[in-house]
Design a protein around this ligand. Sequence first.
Ligand code: AP5
Length: 220
Amino acid sequence: MRIIIIGPPGSGKGTQARRISDKYGIPHISTGDILRDAVRRGTDLGLKAKTYMEKGELVPDEIVNDIVKERLSMEDCVNGFILDGYPRNIAQAEKLDQILRESGKTIDVVIYLVVDDDEVIRRLTSRRICPNCGAVYNLLISPPRKDELCDTCGAKLVQREDDREDVVKARLNLYKRTFEPLLKYYETRGILVKLDGSKTINEVWAQIDGILSKLDFKNR
Ligand code: AP5
């Protein structure tokens, strides 16, 4: 089961990818999470990625491609994975195909979550994350029980640097410039599934689970 989930920033990719990972027992690979973790730890990778991420720009392809190549070679990916936030352009998509080809594999399905700009801005400016355990909250639909403290570990929640409204708008503009060719890339392969991502989290999940449970992954 090799899945990609794509869509604009804030379309719910991470939220739904975690559910797919839990239900189907495959690792959730988020390039955004890997890069943020590197920034937090101040590694060489983090230092290189930080300035791009803060401005809502893409981290250079060669850096991200290397991260994904290494992650996909790990033992837990042998029965599949859900990729979230990668690929983001044709160069990355071609690189991913090449990496998979080397082990005789292909992508089974690409789930595209469609959400409009106003909803993206609403969701992202109200997102808060726990800097300690990574839990994700939303002040509008899933606030923490107490003030802005994490329900799980009690740490003070923070806003992602790139969730400020001006940076969200920059991310949306970049998305619009780069995503159309990527959608066509997967559409012509017949593996793109377009879903309404503007519904509630449970309703979007029901659409995704309905599709995944019908696909025959065994012979791929
Ligand atoms: P990344 O972390 O991948 O950011 P993104 O793609 O912009 O996506 P988000 O994480 O913001 O949103 P999401 O779609 O996962 O939504 P979520 O489920 O969290 O990348 C960050 C940066 O890293 C990039 O800008 C770039 O610099 C760099 N980077 C990463 N990958 C790269 C690559 N391949 N190449 C180059 N650079 C790369 O939900 C958002 C909020 O909405 C949450 O609060 C959630 O609770 C809420 N929510 C979710 N679903 C719903 C719903 N159905 N209804 C209401 N609220 C909802």
